[in-house]
Design a protein around this ligand. Sequence first.
Ligand SMILES: C[S@@+](CC[C@H](N)C(=O)[O-])C[C@H]1O[C@@H](n2cnc3c(N)ncnc32)[C@H](O)[C@@H]1O
Length: 341
Amino acid sequence: MTDKPPNTGELNLLESSLNTISLEDTTIADEKVEEQSKWDIPRTERDDPFQFGQRFLDDEEAVWDHNAWDHVEWDEEQAQIAQEKIAAQRENPVNDFDKHLYMTNPARYWDLFYRNNKSNFFKDRKWLQLEFPSIYEHATQPDSGKKVILEVGCGAGNTMFPILNANKNPELKIIGVDFSHRAVELVRESPEFDGKVCDADMWDLADETGRLPAGLEENSVDFIILIFVFSALAPAQWDAAIMNIDRLLKPGGQVLFRDYGRYDMAQLRFKKGRLLDDSFYARGDGTRVYFFTEDELAGIFGKILKVERVGTDRRLLVNRKRKLKMYRVWLQAKFVKDSLK
Ligand SMILES: C[S@@+](CC[C@H](N)C(=O)[O-])C[C@H]1O[C@@H](n2cnc3c(N)ncnc32)[C@H](O)[C@@H]1O
């Protein structure tokens, strides 16, 4: 990937194309309600974070009785419709000119995103404690000792700050990095930012030059959090990203991952002219998104790290007022660096 800034002509074109996005285009803004609402459901019965809820839809007639159902499998007709949508997307990929723009300076589109949405877009990821208890058991306790948590693709800090707020460990360091300078500014300017515990800096997860985030050395990080960031990489960047992650992690260190799964609603509603590559798209706002399968994910990380768990969080979210059904698919995973490395 080249990271050179686009020339002025490209920028004008980019800005004007963003201002004229058709209403049909999917932008990351469409993700907001659907991604968040699922976590509003009380999940007291859960003890295994990878079980993803226990409300099963056994009687199709009852679908409008609740806002969300867990583990909803697709019937053959739905699977067929999904295949047809993907086939139609393949018939109409992104044109070469736009593809060049989306591939040459992806950070630029995130900068525009944060310029337009500021810090109020993503809600705090309150579910972290449920899904990734290891952070809270081993890093934020008063006696956890010296620990380093790195969030890559930290955005406006909606993952970092909930961890910071729960922290009781005087020796914890939480570092957020993002390749969007606007995201880093938002984190640094936040009233929640506490310079004694946190830091925020610019860094590209797929950096190919070997540069590590400022202040971090090889084998120095206990937890790397990747939440909806790996999907923003082009497949050709995956190997560089995994190498960087492996270099940063301490032996025995963990990667905590959550991101889009194949055939998630966000994938199926892409219309014409958005497909960049197989399962890889440019949203209407120019940000890129890939939709993973479990096997693919295990293959990508498993080249270097131990795949401890990969799970699919499959949910049917229901808008009862508008009688809308939304099938969401998210992948969650935990990878570990060999403690003998
Ligand atoms: C969907 S947002 C998620 C933000 C945050 N992790 C959260 O959960 O609220 C994806 C973030 O990843 C960042 N990003 C995308 N590609 C990146 C890369 N190659 N290196 C670093 N950050 C990246 C974007 O700038 C954006 O802030």
